[in-house]
Design a protein around this ligand. Structure first.
Ligand SMILES: [Zn+2]
Ligand SMILES: [Zn+2]
Length: 241
């Protein structure tokens, strides 16, 4: 679904709940090829490939594959997309050795319940982690604050995970927020029960609110198509939770 000129959201059409809570991927078409941000849960990347076909492109058009962070619901299709496109992959160094399978993910506290809608997914995810591993892949390029990929600025937004990144396209005023800001099951600066560092998450919200975004495309939930920066600034004004 096109949420801004050249920016397409990809969400699993069904059965998305237990696949990491309806995680979302984004395809950016800057006129010079495609940038895929996050890769959903399924190993075949089927929903992303369907969207690429729908917009009249092929996997060979993919020029870059970027991961916001190394959680299962964002990693699933990575190896398949890499095989089909040969495109270079990018992530923050803290996330890269989880993606390559050299280190397990760090788990958040069991004792934070909210939002309750996501608790069963996280609980179930931990129980089945050994059997639902993603296909490991070495990341080609380590990136961080201030880097650019095509027209997208990389912004380091730790908290949900230490190496979490968001991507900002200044000319189109689109901010791809990964799990640093989500709209499902509620608007929040990351699900409290899957946050590794609450203080950093708050600081990352402030950092995102300083950008002049019109459109917000979160890692979970529907995109906000208008006045995105105001949504983030209102959240900052309400104070830390
Ligand atoms: Zn996550
Ligand atoms: Zn997520």
């Amino acid at each position: 679904m096109e949420i801004a000129p050249g920016v397409y959201d990809v969400a699993p059409p069904k059965r998305g709940y237990l696949k990491a809570g309806f995680s979302k991927a984004v395809i950016v078409d800057d006129g010079d090829g495609l940038i895929v941000i996050d890769t959903l849960y399924d190993a075949d990347a089927g929903d992303i490939l369907d969207e690429i076909k729908r917009i009249g492109k092929t996997p060979a058009d993919i020029k870059h594959i970027v991961l916001t962070h190394a959680h299962r619901g964002h990693l699933g299709g990575l190896a398949t997309l890499k095989r089909l496109s040969g495109a270079p992959t990018y992530a923050h160094p803290w996330e890269a050795d989880i993606i390559s399978g050299d280190r397990g993910r760090q788990e958040p506290s069991f004792f934070v319940l909210t939002p309750i809608q996501t608790y069963p997914i996280i609980f179930f995810g931990r129980l089945t982690a050994a059997f639902t591993k993603h296909e490991p892949l070495a990341v080609d390029h380590m990136i961080g604050d201030g880097d650019k990929i095509g027209p997208l600025q990389v912004v380091h937004t730790p908290g949900h995970t230490p190496g979490h990144l968001v991507l900002y396209w200044p000319e189109r005023r689109v901010l791809i927020t990964g799990d640093a800001f989500v709209t499902w099951p509620m608007h929040c600066y990351g699900w409290p029960n899957s946050m590794l560092n609450h203080k950093q998450s708050w600081e990352s919200l402030i950092k995102m609110a300083e950008l002049d975004a019109e459109v917000l495309s979160p890692g979970h939930g529907d995109s906000i198509r208008q006045n995105g920066a105001a949504v983030l600034r209102n959240m900052v004004a309400r104070g830390k939770r």
